[in-house]
Structures are given as C-alpha cells and as structure tokens.
Write a protein that binds this ligand. Structure first.
Ligand code: DSN
Length: 390
C-alpha cells in the first residue's frame, strides 16, 4: 500500500477516535467527499462559464452556474457570487484587490482581539500591501463599536473589514454600516464594507445569526467551517462589483479553478438548504452554550461571559495564571481532545504560547453529540487542567 494511503487510514482513525473541538473544523458528508474525489480534478477550466480558455468545459459551465445559484438560494440573496476562491485567504485577497490599490488603508478587527491574519496582520499580504489599522474589543471582550467612529476619522480607510475568527458574540453588521455611511457622508469618501463571515456562515445560512446580505458591499467566506462543505472559499458582492471581484479572482490572483472542489461546494449548498441542516445549526448553538455554561459553573473565565454562536474563548490568565494555552492544547492532545490555543484580549504571552483556548461545538455536533456529551467533555478538560497542569 502507498505510504499516502497508510497515512490517510491513520488520520481516519484519529478523526474517529478523538474529540474535535477546533471551532473552524467540521466533518463533511460522504457526498461532499465523493464530489471532491471525482474525475473533475482532471480538467483545466480557467475563466468563467461561457468564457473559458479551454475546450471541453460544457459540464463545468453548468456545474459552476448551478453551484452559484444554489449558494444564492442558501443566503436568499441576489448578490453576485464567485465560487472559485481556493480558500478564505484567497477570497479576502481578491475582495481587497477588487476595491483597493496597494498602499490604501484598511480598518479591521485586531488579530489579538479575535481578528484574522488576512485582516491586516503585518506578517500577512494584507498588512504588507495595505496600510492596516485596527479596532478591538472593550474591557468585557465585546466589539468596541463606540470606538469605531473615532478610528474611522483618524485612519481614513478605504475598506472596513468586519468579521472575526475568535469572537463568540453576535456581530452587529447594521451598526458597522451606519458608522461607515456616516464617515463616508462626512468626508465624501466611498469606504467599502467587507464582511468575512467564514466562521459564522452556517449560522447566517440557518437564520441563527443576523445576515450581512443587503448590508455589506462584499462578503467573503470559507466553505469548510460551520457550512460543513469542502475546504475552500467564496465571495459574494453587490451586483455592481461583480466584474471587479471576478477579475480579481481570475485572472487577478488565481489560475485554473478547482472544479472538483466547486462540485463539493455545490453539494454543501444542497445540504445547507435542508431542514436537517437548520436543525443541526440550532443544535450547534445550543451545544456551544451548554458547554460554555458548564465551564462558567466550574469557575472558568470566559471572554464576554458567554457565547451566541458556535465557539467560546476560555481566558486562563486569572484562574490559572501559570498555565498557557499551548500547554492545555498539548496536554489535551495526549488525551485525544483537540482544540487550539488562542490569544486573549490584552494578551501578555506570544501567539505561540497564549493565555487562552478556543472551543467550538460544530464538529462534534455533526458527530451527533448532545448537550450532556459536551458537559462531560468540559468536566474531563477541567480535570486534566487541574490534575495535570495547574
Ligand atoms: N484558521 C482559521 C481558524 O481556525 O479560525 C481561520 O482561517
């Protein structure tokens, strides 16, 4: 047997035998895997439906159009959609490129406060190509909406990026729109609002989080987190930005599209339209809250004191000042529980150590876990931290 298949078998075993609490991961259906492993990987399809650079694309044209229509249905929107981004980073790259020139300014959520590398971090293209400034969270861990208008006036951005990879509360998209509109009116600018809904896209699809459609100019997402599709990205935009967004993906930043993955994205859209998916997302939100409440009951400090979505953040800095997020992550790995270390607001440690961990319920809810299973897992984690680390 090829070494590759041996490793795949080992990984399958790992996924079957461990508890997966990484907030950005999930388990896709057999059908998504079938599509992604299909013969569609054999073909070059540079371009867009009806306008390809290679012959033999008729099935791909139909598939890509179908995928686009299905995702418009999922989000009940007439926004234009591009399903070709290879990943979330590529989606954000093209989203910026469609409305910014190098050297323009973006305002985004600070990485240490729950933002993302592609939201202007100095070690990422977004912080190298653009001048980036940040907003953050208040002393209770909630987005500091009141501080945003002053930041807008101060840094005069061409784009405000709204979204997070480690934030457990509802994001008020309408409030951001209002503040950006007021800034544009005051300065005669045309600052665009981009929402990166990668983490919460499944909740938006199921009506468990307010939708950014009709509010943001551009919306980016990954397809593999709460949307439970294959690893990949998508961009939605107001119809007037369609040409700019499409050309920022191809030929701007990508070549041939991954049609086998686009097929998987189409399957995920079909699945997201079912009543079972809506029920699943409801359960994700319930399970996350129950597990979070269990940690609070056991004396843990949770950023914002709770959760509204599929994740929550445990701040160890006061309760276990000598225990780092990395130690918890590594120790839990030994016990077959997978989660990730995470910076906390006002983090004193490096991102490689951290003072917190991020916990999500999307993956284990897919595996059929009920609230009581999440409570038992919280108790196990607590026991391991107290007995083996504190
Ligand atoms: N790496 C992802 C996460 O874990 O949130 C974001 O891209």
């Amino acid at each position: 047997m090829s070494k590759v298949f041996e490793l795949i078998a080992k990984e399958e075993k790992r996924q079957n035998e461990t508890v997966e609490l990484i907030a950005s991961e999930n388990f896709v259906s057999e059908n998504v895997r079938k599509a992604v492993g299909s013969v569609l990987t054999n073909k070059y399809t540079e371009g867009y439906p009806g306008n390809r650079y290679y012959g033999g694309c008729e099935n791909y044209d139909e598939l890509e159009n179908y995928c686009r229509e299905m995702w418009q249905k999922v989000f009940d929107t007439d926004y234009h959609v591009n399903v070709q981004p290879h990943a979330g980073s590529q989606a954000n790259y093209a989203a910026y490129m469609s409305v910014l020139k190098p050297g323009d300014t973006i305002l985004a959520m600070d990485l240490n406060n729950g933002g993302h590398l592609t939201h202007g971090s100095s070690v990422n293209f977004s912080g190298k190509m653009y001048i980036s400034h940040f907003y953050g969270v208040d002393d209770n861990g909630f987005i500091d909406y009141d501080g945003v208008p002053a930041r807008l006036r101060e840094v005069k951005p061409q784009v405000v990026m709204v979204g997070a990879s480690a934030y457990s509360r509802i994001i008020d998209f309408a409030k951001f729109r209002e503040m950006i509109d007021a800034y544009n009116a005051e300065f005669g600018t045309d600052c665009k609002m981009i929402v990166d809904m990668s983490h919460i896209a499944g909740l938006v699809a199921a009506g468990e989080h307010p939708s950014p459609f009709g509010i943001a100019d551009i919306i980016t997402t990954t397809t593999h987190k709460t949307l439970r599709g294959p690893r990949g990205g998508m961009i939605f935009c107001k119809p007037e930005l369609a040409r700019k967004v499409d050309s920022a993906i191809f030929p701007g930043s990508q070549g041939g599209s991954l049609m086998h993955v686009i097929a998987g994205k189409a399957i995920a859209a079909e699945e997201a339209l079912t009543p079972e998916y809506k029920e699943y997302i409801k359960n994700v939100v319930i399970n996350t809250r129950v597990m979070c409440d269990k940690f609070i009951e056991m004396g843990y400090d949770i950023i914002t004191g709770g959760t509204d979505n599929h994740l929550f953040l445990v701040d160890l800095s006061k309760t276990f000042p000598n225990v780092t997020g990395k130690q918890v992550q590594d120790k839990l790995d030994e016990h077959g529980i997978t989660l990730n270390k995470n910076c906390v607001p006002k983090e004193a440690r490096s991102p490689k150590e951290t003072s917190g961990v991020r916990i999500g319920a999307a993956a284990m809810t897919t595996k059929g876990w009920k609230p009581e299973d999440f409570c038992k897992a919280a108790e196990r984690i607590d026991k391991i931290i107290r007995e083996e680390l504190a």
